[in-house]
Design a protein around this ligand. Sequence first.
Ligand SMILES: [Zn+2]
Length: 249
Amino acid sequence: MKILISILMIAFIVGMIYLRINLPAIKGKIGEKGVAMTLSFLPKNEYIVLNNLMYKNGSRSTQIDHVVISVYGIFVIETKNYKGWIFGNSSREYWTQNIWGNKYMLYNPLFQNRNHIKFLTTRFSEIKKYVTHLYSIIVFIRASKLHLTGDCDNVLWLNELNPYIKSHNSTIMTIEECHNIASILQTFNIVDKNERKTHNVNVRSAIHFRNEKINNGICPLCGGELIKRYGKYGDFFGCSNYPRCRYTC
Ligand SMILES: [Zn+2]
């Protein structure tokens, strides 16, 4: 009996350590599944949904949560599974997550998704053709409140996602063209598990390194000092090398 209890205790501790290490990735996966499920309700004869795409981008890689290719345009969706209150401005590089008074920084998801779209249009000429009908969408899954300023109309809750997509309703291509784009995106999608794992590790260490600098009051762009400033939309931190460096957070 004692041995059994010991084994259970060890299993519990190992489980907790595993969860602690992998929690961000697990939470991300749960969020993406919820969005994929919601998108699956879009009519199949007008919308093609691709989930969890990954591409080689020079020596790095780019991961895109969801792409919806439809006769009405192409929607690139980034899922954010953060709890607490989220504060942000569309033009600031970093947003703040506030959980019971503890503040954490997150990279502006609008910037993140803008990079995804830039990658897609640079890499695939078939997508570039529709650049004026490419739509960026950010979906928050669990946050209890969003305090956003600036141009954030495309930052949505999950229940707003399909109505927002359907609000774009002028036909710009045939469903055959949609299938053609989807098959190109699927052809180059990285499916190899190890390659995907390497990508996730690289992303996490890059974010960690950058956040560490910011939390120590160092500008991540030029190494200058971050100084508290007072602006129209409230307090923020700016680089001491302004105007040479325009970094703010
Ligand atoms: Zn700077």
